[in-house]
Design a protein around this ligand. Structure first.
Ligand code: KG4
Ligand code: ZN
Length: 336
């Protein structure tokens, strides 16, 4: 084991093929190839995603080595996403990692994608102090985590049904917006007012639910469009502002409760939905009111990326938590 290993990291859990290289706990190279082919289907098609990973993985790997200016023989360990994610997509990354590990005769590090989203906060300054609370909001997950150390995390609560990003994307479909709809709803919401009432999720145990919100939007639109067929077109900004407002409130109710209950004042946010400007604004206000220290990773480290896998791999390597060839990808890997 080395004090300062050079770690190659591979992320392929969904529709982004990404490779990063890390040395001295710093990112040397970071390449992401995002698949745009899913747009026309209104969501990620798993079979298509795994085929694209197969096409992309070798060129992305070569590009990362070029960017870092190193040879494959300089790599000391290989970190890869073991789950959660799409089975076929995970298999491509895991098979590539295992093949390289065998040919270079170096260890493997199996990384939990959700923990890696949280550890993205350690790629750059400012880094949160321990313990901190992290709200991880993506297309597949919504979790509130108490982070005691890089390898000690407790799930305080999570969604019982849809993830926050999924709720944005499904609402977008109802509104005729392209996939992924989160950024588009965000854009429209900036121009609108919170004029319509949608339910806010306030469950016990820091849990979330977004299925009621989605159904309420469906019935609301059905009723309004029956009265005026141009309702969506003429009111898109207000509808988006109202729907986004309900998601943001639902996310922040539980965060505030957890911060009060635990007394933790370092607050972090991770995942693709943390790009949402309404969420960022509301969080900033809440932080000022409660004297929290707030941490947002740079946007490219919020969405799926291999730099966060490299960071997580570094912490696992330091604590001697290596993997081996027998470990299979786990699409439903859960921290609980
Ligand atoms: O973390 P991510 O890139 O991928 C995973 O799901 O792991 O998150 C993607 C999700 C999509 O659902 C997308 O609609 C949402 O993040 N998203 C946003 C915004 N940017 C991305 N949702 C709301 N507002 C945004 N600005
Ligand atoms: Zn993710």
């Amino acid at each position: 084991m080395k004090d300062n290993p050079t770690i190659l990291a591979i992320e392929s859990s969904c529709d982004d093929t990404s490779v990063a290289l890390l040395r001295d706990a710093k990112i040397l190279a970071h390449v992401v190839s995002s698949q745009s082919d899913h747009k026309k289907y209104g969501g990620v098609i798993p079979e298509l995603a795994s085929r694209k990973h197969l096409e992309n993985i070798v060129p992305v790997y070569n590009q990362a080595l070029d960017q870092a200016g190193i040879e494959s023989s300089d790599i000391d360990a290989i970190a890869y996403t073991v789950g959660p994610g799409l089975r076929g997509s995970l298999l491509v990354g895991s098979a590539f990692a295992k093949g390289l590990s065998l040919s270079l005769d170096i260890p493997l590090i199996a990384v939990d994608h959700m923990k890696a989203h949280i550890l993205a906060h350690f790629i750059e300054e400012p880094k949160p102090d321990f313990p901190f609370l992290c709200l991880t909001v993506s297309g597949g997950h919504t979790q509130l985590i108490q982070v005691n150390s890089p390898i000690d995390m407790i799930v305080l609560g999570q969604t019982k049904d849809d993830a926050a990003g999924e709720a944005f994307d499904k609402a977008g479909k109802m509104l005729g917006l392209a996939y992924p709809a989160g950024p588009l709803i965000d854009k429209h919401a900036k121009l609108g007012n919170r004029k319509y009432d949608f339910p806010i999720s306030e469950l016990d145990d820091y849990a979330y639910t977004f299925s009621g919100l989605k159904t309420s939007l469906l019935y609301f639109l059905r009723e309004r469009v029956r009265q005026d067929k141009d309702f969506v077109q003429n009111n898109i900004a207000d509808i988006c502002a109202s729907f986004q407002g309900a998601i943001v409130d639902s996310l922040l109710v539980q965060l505030k409760k957890a911060a009060n209950d635990t007394g933790i004042t370092s607050i972090a946010i991770a995942g693709g939905v943390s790009a949402n400007s309404g969420l960022r604004e509301a969080l900033e206000k809440l932080s000022i009111a409660n004297s929290w220290d707030l941490y947002f990773p740079r946007l490219e480290y919020c969405t799926d990326n291999a730099a966060m896998i490299a960071m997580a791999g570094y912490f696992l390597y330091q604590s001697d938590q290596l993997s081996d060839l027998s470990v299979e990808p786990d699409p439903k890997l859960s921290m609980i």
